[in-house]
Design a binder for this molecule. Structure first.
Ligand SMILES: Nc1ncnc2c1ncn2[C@@H]1O[C@H](COP(=O)(O)OP(=O)(O)OP(=O)(O)O)[C@@H](O)[C@H]1O
Ligand SMILES: [Mg+2]
Length: 164
């Protein structure tokens, strides 16, 4: 792990298991109202990270569930005794009205929202929450995948000492 600055961390992800470990590590830090943006090209590992985070959170409550990619459904939700997890994929979204139907503001009131392809609705994401965790995943052909995490708000303190 490389600490670029107080608010920017970088991790090398030599395997899908490493991407999953990053998701699992973040599962211990999430709270109601967290907006987590997962950026990166097709196949960079966004779903792998989100799935691991959701499953690790559910496991903390003794729950187990399949976590399919929301590519076609746009949104999948998971409920634990402590919060609601909403996993969204905006890749196929065509306009902002579709986004409103997803009810992300309400979902944030009740829990954590994980968004794949936030680039599709950057403006709406900005309006949704001032405190966000921005995770960019890089797929390096014939090289190691990497993650770059940018923290704002309370995330800076929460990420201190994060290891995978
Ligand atoms: N660090 C990694 N190293 C190698 N392979 C990885 C890594 N992370 C994930 N993968 C693998 O890459 C493939 C694509 O992962 P995933 O579906 O999570 O990508 P995605 O970013 O969600 O793609 P999409 O943009 O299509 O939603 C999967 O087979 C996954 O196991
Ligand atoms: Mg995906």
């Amino acid at each position: 792990m490389v600490v670029k600055s107080e608010a920017i961390l970088e991790f090398e992800l030599p395997s899908a298991a490493a991407t999953a470990r990053l998701g699992e590590a973040l599962a211990g830090l999430v709270d109601v109202g967290d907006l987590i943006l997962l950026r990166g090209d097709l196949g960079a590992g966004k779903t792998t990270l989100a799935r691991a985070l959701v499953q690790a959170h559910l496991a903390r409550h003794g729950l187990a569930e399949d976590v399919p990619s929301p590519t076609f459904t746009l949104v999948q939700t998971y409920e634990s005794p402590s919060l609601l997890l909403t996993h969204v994929d905006l890749y196929r979204i065509e306009d902002a009205s579709e986004l409103r139907e997803l009810g992300l503001a309400e979902a944030l009131d009740e829990g954590v929202v994980l968004v794949e392809w936030p680039e599709r609705a950057e403006e709406e994401m900005r309006r949704l929450s001032p405190s966000r965790l921005d995770i960019s995943l890089f797929l390096v052909p014939e090289g190691m995948h990497r993650a770059r995490i940018e923290a704002t708000g309370s995330w800076t303190a929460r990420l201190e000492g994060l290891t995978i």
